[in-house]
Write a new protein. Sequence first.
Lengths: 129, 243
Amino acid sequence: MSDFGSFIEKQMNSFLEDSVFNDFIHKELVPLSHLNEKHSRLILEIDLPFVDKKNIEVTLSNDHLTVNAKLTKTFCISRGNVATEFDYFKKTIKIPNSVDMKQISATFKNGILKITMPKPVQGRKIPIK
Amino acid sequence: MQRSKIKKESLEDPSVLFLGIPGPGLIGTMSMTYIIHALKMDLIGEIESSPSSVIFVDNGQMIGPVRIYKKDKIFAIISDIPIDYDNAIGFTESVIDFSKRNHIDFIVFLSGIQVQERNMSNLKTYGLVTHEKLEKLLYDNAIPKFLSGVISGPDATILSQLRNSLIPTIAFHTECNYFFPDPDAAIQTIKIISQIIKTEIDLTEFKKQADYLRLQNRQLMEDTLNVLQTQKESSTIPPQIYK
């Protein structure tokens, strides 16, 4: 393995080689996300590396949208003597009132989940005399 | 930031200095980290802030977040922490000071640029030069010029200071996902660096680790966005006057 590969592997797995670690915590990772407001819709993008499309679950309940995604590999972070293992991404957001809940859709491409939330057409047309 | 501190050796006959700091898509940091590993560059010093806000510990050794590497005529300065507005001027002064003392021919600044729609199979890198003599470098390497747009945030502070210095600078901005670590855009940037230094760089390892990099750099991306967002709110479309 190259220096770079070793470097990354070391970052990821150093805790496994260290016998002093005695405290393992299993948690869900909060993925990076970004909400972008366009004219007629809101677009929520969520970064989901190490995730297969089949392992993503998007659920809608009341006014909350929750994304659960299982990682294909366990991701570990070590701080001092504490190692934390992550197997899932989880993120819940409150959906703004202005969204048409029935029209929410999602796509997954290049490891990024894109949730499109259209705004309902509002108002009435005013005729021009 | 204080003046750069050379720890291990005096430098002779330098040529190019690459700058990689956290920015849009973490392009500068990820591409520079890989170049340093791929070229087996030596750590020769650090740029210190006073007092430093972060110290990394690796194998019991303290390492500063802003480091200087060297291999033959290639130098690299990489930061593992965002350069915020308070530090951008001091950081650039250190870079200029270092460049003068080591006879750097030109500086290459690596960053990303947000685009609405991009062709993932053909990401573009745009070049921006401070001195006319670097135009040829763009032309010879078929790198399109950054023709119009806005550069904001610490990138703007750093570039405007470099522009006012006597050291020619070329900035490469690669189309990227602004908000997430973007290994694909970093790969494109590495290809451009490879052209500039006329050295083939094997990208196999980088491609294998792409998803790890996205996961590993989540916190740095968040910290970077916090710095960038401060300015992004006030960034504007280029003024249309005189057009």
